[in-house]
Design a protein around this ligand. Structure first.
Ligand SMILES: Cc1cc2nc3c(=O)[nH]c(=O)nc-3n(C[C@H](O)[C@H](O)[C@H](O)COP(=O)(O)OP(=O)(O)OC[C@H]3O[C@@H](n4cnc5c(N)ncnc54)[C@H](O)[C@@H]3O)c2cc1C
Length: 382
C-alpha cells in the first residue's frame, strides 16, 4: 500500500497543492473575514481548475468528470483540507446523486454544472429531521403534470445562490418510514422556493448555510431525479464517498496544522530552550503525528475498498470519517495550544482550522451516527 502519493497521483497532489498555494491561499483571509465570496471570482477559479482537468473531480467519466479512482479523489481532498470550504469549491465537488440524472437531465442540469456555468445545493435536513431522515415532513403532492412541494429545509450549504436545489421529500405518509423518498430538482427563480434566512455560524465563513421554504412549489415531472421513491437511495447511495471525502479533508487540515507548528517549535524559545526540547511539547507533537498517520491509513484503506467495490467499504468509510473528523479537532486544538496566543490570533490560519474542522463531526452523518453503524456491524459480525 502506498503511503505517499506517487506516479500520476503524486503529480495530481502537487498540482492541487500548487494551485492552493498560489491561487487560493492569498484569498483565504479576506473571504474568511468578510464571510462572503464573489460568485464571479469563484467561477473564474473554477475555469482555471477546468484547465487543469480536475474540475468536478468526484464525477465519473460518463457525467463529464475526470473519472478518477476514489483513492485519487481522497488525495485531492486531503490537499483541499488545507484551504477554506468556499475556496475548495473551485474544484467542484458535485453531489453524487447526479449519477441518477437521466439523458435529458444530463443535458440541462449536469453539463452546465460541469462547465461551471451553474451551481447546485442539496437539501435533506429539516428542523425536525436531521440524523433521522425518516422524519422528513417536506411533502411532494402529485398533480397531472408534475409535483407540488411544501416544507422547510435548513442548514443547506450554498443554497442562497444556487441555480438548482436537490430537495428530498416524501410523497405519502407511509413512504418516509419505508425509506421511499423522492428527490426533486428545484430551479432558482421558482416562485415556490424562498430563502428564509442565512444562519450565523462558527466556521466555514464564505460558505453560507440557509433555511429555505417550499410553498406550493411546482416542479414538472422532468425534474424528478431518478424515479419517485428512489430518492433515499439516490442521496444515500453515495454518502459513503462523501464521508470519506470529509475524512480526507480532516487529514489535510491536521497535516496543514502540523506543517505550521513544526518550524515554530524549532524556532520559538521559552526558558532559554526551543519549544521542541520541552517534553510536554514533544508528547503533543508525537500524538498529532500518530493520529494523523492513523487517520490517513483509514482513509487509504476505505478508498481501496471503494475502488474494489467491496461491501466492506460502507463501514470502512464510517470508521475513517469518525476517527479523522475527531482527530482533526484534537490536532487543531493541540497545535493552537503550542502556538500560545499566536494560535488564537487571525494572523495565522490555526484558529480558522480549529473552527472549520468542528463542522465535520456533524455534517455527512454525525460522529454518533458513525458509531451506531460501526457498532452494529461489529456486533453482527461477532
Ligand atoms: C457545516 C454544515 C453544513 C451542512 N450542510 C448541509 C447541506 O448542504 N444539506 C443538508 O441537507 N444538510 C446539511 N447540514 C445538516 C447536517 O446534515 C445535519 O446537521 C446533521 O445530519 C445532523 O442533524 P441535526 O443537526 O438535525 O441533529 P440531530 O439529528 O437532531 O441530532 C442531534 C444530536 O443527537 C445525536 N443523535 C441523534 N440521534 C441519536 C441516536 N439515536 N443515538 C445517539 N445520538 C444521537 C446526533 O449525533 C447529534 O449529536 C449541514 C450541517 C453543517 C453543520
Amino acid at each position: 500500500m502506498a503511503f505517499t502519493p506517487s506516479g500520476e497521483d503524486g503529480l495530481i497532489a502537487q498540482t492541487v497543492r500548487r494551485f492552493i498555494t498560489e491561487r487560493l491561499q492569498p484569498l483565504e483571509a479576506r473571504i474568511d473575514a468578510a464571510d462572503q465570496v464573489d460568485r464571479h471570482e469563484i467561477q473564474a477559479l473554477k475555469r482555471e481548475v477546468m484547465q487543469l482537468g480536475l474540475f468536478g473531480y468526484n464525477m465519473p467519466g460518463d457525467l463529464g468528470g475526470p473519472g478518477l479512482s476514489v483513492t485519487t479523489q481522497c488525495i485531492i481532498d486531503e490537499e483541499l483540507g488545507r484551504t477554506t470550504m468556499p475556496l475548495a469549491e473551485a474544484f467542484g465537488h458535485l453531489p453524487g446523486s447526479l449519477r441518477f440524472a437521466n439523458v435529458d437531465q444530463r443535458a440541462w442540469l449536469v453539463q452546465p454544472l460541469m462547465r461551471a456555468e451553474t451551481t447546485i445545493a442539496y437539501a435533506l435536513t429539516e428542523p425536525a429531521a436531521g440524523s433521522d431522515l425518516s422524519a422528513i415532513l417536506t411533502r411532494g403532492r402529485k398533480t397531472d403534470s408534475g409535483w407540488v412541494l411544501d416544507g422547510t429545509k435548513h442548514f443547506i450549504s450554498a443554497a442562497e445562490d444556487a441555480d438548482h436545489v436537490i430537495v428530498l421529500a416524501t410523497t405519502d405518509k407511509a413512504a418516509a418510514l419505508k425509506g421511499r423518498l423522492t428527490t426533486f430538482i428545484v430551479e432558482r427563480g421558482n416562485p415556490g422556493l424562498k430563502i428564509l434566512r442565512r444562519f450565523g455560524k462558527m466556521g466555514w465563513r464564505g460558505h453560507p448555510l440557509s433555511e429555505l421554504a417550499l410553498e406550493d412549489c411546482f416542479v414538472p415531472d422532468s425534474h424528478v431525479l431518478g424515479t419517485p421513491g428512489q430518492g433515499f437511495m439516490a442521496m444515500m447511495g453515495t454518502i459513503n464517498n462523501d464521508r470519506l471525502m470529509v475524512a480526507a479533508k480532516c487529514v489535510g487540515i491536521a497535516q496543514a496544522c502540523m506543517d505550521l507548528v513544526l518550524p515554530h517549535v524549532r524556532a520559538r524559545k521559552t526558558f532559554g530552550q526551543p519549544l521542541a526540547s520541552h517534553q510536554a511539547i514533544q508528547f503533543s507533537i508525537a500524538d498529532c503525528d500518530v493520529e494523523i498517520n492513523a487517520a490517513r491509513l483509514l482513509v487509504q484503506q476505505a478508498a481501496r475498498l471503494a475502488d474494489d467495490v467491496s461491501p466492506d467499504f460502507r463501514i470502512a468509510a464510517s470508521r475513517a470519517k469518525l476517527f479523522a473528523s475527531e482527530m482533526g479537532g484534537r490536532v487543531a486544538d493541540r497545535v493552537l495550544q503550542i502556538f500560545g496566543g499566536a494560535g488564537y490570533m487571525t494572523d495565522l490560519p490555526i484558529e480558522r482550522y480549529y473552527r472549520d474542522v468542528r463542522a465535520f463531526r456533524i455534517g455527512e452523518g454525525t460522529s454518533e451516527m458513525q458509531r451506531i453503524q460501526i457498532a452494529r456491524d461489529v456486533i453482527e459480525r461477532g
